[in-house]
Structure formats: structure tokens, C-alpha cells
Ligand binder design. Sequence first.
Ligand SMILES: [Zn+2]
Length: 253
Amino acid sequence: MDLMIFLSGLLIGSFLNVCIYRIPRKESVIRPGSRCPVCRTRLSPQELVPVLSYIFLRGRCRYCNQPIPWRYPAVELLTALLICMAYKHYGTGFAAIYYTLLICILIAAAAIDIEHMIIPDGLLLTGCSAALLFNIFGVGISFADGMLGFILGGGMLALIAVASFFIFDKEGLGGGDIKLAATIGLYLGWRLTALTLVLSVYAGGLTGLLLMILKIKKRGEYIAYGPFLAVGSLIAMFYGEAIINWYLSSFWY
Ligand SMILES: [Zn+2]
């Protein structure tokens, strides 16, 4: 069972790679079949086996000999591992599918944000519609909690965006970040969304500092915020209740 879920996760990750490449380029994610991201030659089934093809081809395309970005096997492995965690955590019912959907949206949004500094509306809209359907049928969280999370996530980031516009006279956050936070809120509800925001601020701040110390980024340069929202919400998804209980019992009475 575990192996089946892991292998399905690799295939889903492989599809996410197609989405990550094509959605920001406004191409269909269904047709045509997979191509080399560099020379665009159509790939045969044996060149499309997740992770293994990358290893056997030694990370290079067979036709143009250009390196294939390591993002491809990384996304496949990460997707498979996180989906396995979702099934361990939420069992084999509809709830696991619900959280698997969120995992897919987070991985695609983070990868696209890193490369293009945008998070496509279509991806988030699809994610939100699916979450609403699940919530209405009682899977995941309640409809009301999802709505509260949506408003809290989107609202808080919108406030930060407006504040940074007035204080620093520039946009600190993009519209895509605001919409991603709202989508996360819809999936996780208001408590875990509040935790996601806190975690993402810490993760983003620390990484920004580290990148400046290592002189990879200069002060005032933009860093995509989507990946930090994704990391924050993944931690909240799996360990959120434990973190909140620990925090409340350690610091409040
Ligand atoms: Zn090629």
C-alpha cells in the first residue's frame, strides 16, 4: 500500500513538473505529450519514468545533451514523500485526497513563483473550487472555518502589502502571495492559517537574512514569498495542532 502511494506520488509529481513548466507559459497541461524542456523534442515513455530516467540519462537530454534542471527529479521525490505523509497522517479516506490537492497546489505555486515571480490565478482558482466542494461535503474542514481561513489569510497579507507600500514606499508582497494565502486558508481553516503566516514570516525573514549574509541577494532585492507560505502551511498541515497546543500550554497559564 505504502509503495503504491509512493509510486502514484512520483507520477503526480511528474505531472506537476508539466504544470510548473506550462501554466506560466500559457500552454495546455494535457496536450501535447511531455517534451524536453530545452530542445522540446517529444519524449518516449521510457524517458518519462520519474526519477529513474533522470538517473539513467545522467541528468541530460538524450537529444540535445543539455542538462535537465534538477528541479524535475526533486519535485517528483518531494511530491511522493509529502503525499505519503498525508496518507500516514489523514488515513486513506477523502481527507487524504483533500490534503494531497493542497500539497500539489503548494509545490506548483512555490516552483512557479521561484522561477517567474508570479503565482498563476488559474492554479489557485482550481484549488479553491476543489476545496469548496470538499468542504461543502464535509471533507477536510467545515465550510465556515474554510471561509474564516480564506479571509484571515488573504486579509492579513493584503494588510501587510498595503502597510509595506506606505512604510517602505514599495510593494513588499504581490497579489499572487495574497491569493495563495487565501487559498491556504480555505484548505486549513483559521487556526492553522494563523500559524502558517507566523511560520512563513520567520522562514522568509531568516532566509532573506542568510541570503544577504552570503551576498546572494542585496538588501532591498525581491525574494519570492510563495515558497515560504508553502513551507509554513506544510508544517502547519502536519504539525500545526501539536505546535499550537505546545505554545498555548507553555506560554499561557
Ligand atoms: Zn533536449
